[in-house]
Design a protein around this ligand. Structure first.
Ligand code: NDP
Length: 345
């Protein structure tokens, strides 16, 4: 049988609870012409998936969407053979089809993985769309210069840890913002950020100001809310801000425009200082930049120039709990669930 998770009902806001999801099973599908069947090894859990559920992209009854690392079991799809390890989009399911007639965003097409480039789990992380997100938002859009101060929120998370290290490789002074103290320590001691402040501290705004004595030139925004309230007054003239995500608002009632609310609060100040605000959507960069990005990032990760922490939970049953923990900040590194054996380990 093929087990999968689906929504019990369409969420109307708030954050996921154990009742949000139900497990179902059905027959393992057989591949038709131009299709391949794969078994899921790693399920990537990402904040954007909550948006898919609250906006109705994931419908109750359908498999919850997720990018995955999988192994082909049976193939009638050109270019893929049984045994191939692949990046694909099996969702929260133990098995799924890919190929002809299986709808996928154009920037999430299946691709074969080369385990010599890095661990296969990294294909949904630092060597995949998360790494490309950090690379696009930090290097291609914000473009930090030596000596500038770059600030990254959710700094120990999947995207944040990479974005900060890329700014450091560019010679910037890098300040992280994270939650628990152990996350802040990791960001400084292991990732080499120059400082990290906790947004959970009652003195957070003062701590951030003290950590950025020369102001902020680049800000990589993953969070919004009170974190952005503390960042905004510290922008230097002509600073650059990349809005990658606003996770502090993902539990807001449907229809809330978090970006507009933040700009209403701080837009006048940003305009006065000539701050450039750019919105990032990683899908815009896949076609033109993914291969070049991988040529840079593969060796950086292999040499340790870019470090990368994963938070890998075990077992298909744990997916909803792991997802809820990530949405509440209880992940430490890129959140994944391993649901089947990894033949490369
Ligand atoms: P993370 O691994 O960073 O996990 C989310 C983290 O966000 C938590 O661990 C927590 O870290 C922090 N967080 C959660 N709630 C709050 C809150 N209320 N206030 C402050 N911090 C909070 O996830 P990802 O790396 O996968 O994603 C990071 C961001 O990047 C998200 O906003 C996501 O939507 C965005 N994204 C955007 C893409 C794009 O194309 N624009 C593509 C991919 C991701 P802590 O404990 O340190 O607070």
């Amino acid at each position: 049988m093929n087990r999968y998770w689906t929504l019990a009902a369409k969420p109307t806001g708030g954050l996921p609870t154990p009742e949000t999801f139900v497990m179902r099973d059905g027959p393992v599908p057989a591949p038709g012409p131009g299709q391949a069947l794969s078994r899921t090894i790693y399920v990537s859990l990402d904040p954007y998936q909550w948006g898919y559920k609250t906006r109705g992209v994931d419908a109750p009854g359908a498999v919850c969407h997720a990018r995955t690392v999988s192994q082909v079991i049976e193939s009638r799809m050109e270019g893929f053979s049984a045994g191939d390890l692949v990046f694909n989009v099996n969702g929260w399911a133990e098995h799924a089809l890919m190929g002809a007639g299986v709808p996928r965003p154009t920037y999430m097409v299946p691709r074969k993985l080369d385990p010599s480039i890095g661990r296969i789990s990294q294909a949904v992380g630092v060597l995949g769309m998360l790494g490309l997100t950090a690379y696009a938002g930090m290097v291609l859009m914000a473009d930090p210069k030596p000596g500038e101060t770059a600030v990254v929120s959710a700094a120990s998370g999947g995207v944040g840890q990479i974005a900060g290290q890329l700014a450091r490789l560019r010679g910037a002074r890098v300040v992280g913002i994270a939650g628990r103290e152990e996350k802040c320590r990791y960001v400084v001691d292991e990732l080499g950020f120059d400082a990290c402040v906790s947004h959970l501290s009652p003195t957070f705004a003062d701590d951030l100001k003290a950590a950025c004595p020369a102001g902020i030139d680049v800000y990589f925004e993953n969070v919004g809310g009170a974190v952005f309230d503390a960042v905004a007054p510290l922008f230097n003239p002509a600073a650059r801000m990349t809005i990658c995500g606003l996770i502090a608002h993902y539990g807001a009632p449907a229809g809330t425009d978090a970006r507009a609310e933040l700009m209403a609060r701080h837009g006048a100040l940003l305009a006065q200082r000539g701050v450039t605000v750019k919105d990032l959507f990683v899908g815009d960069f896949v076609a033109d930049h993914h291969d070049a990005f991988l040529r840079d990032m593969g060796p950086w990760v292999a040499s340790g120039a870019v470090k990368y922490r994963e938070d890998i939970r075990q077992g298909f049953e744990t997916i909803p709990a792991a997802f809820g923990e990530m949405m509440r900040g209880d992940n430490f590194g890129k959140m994944l669930v391993q649901v089947g054996p990894d033949p490369t380990l």
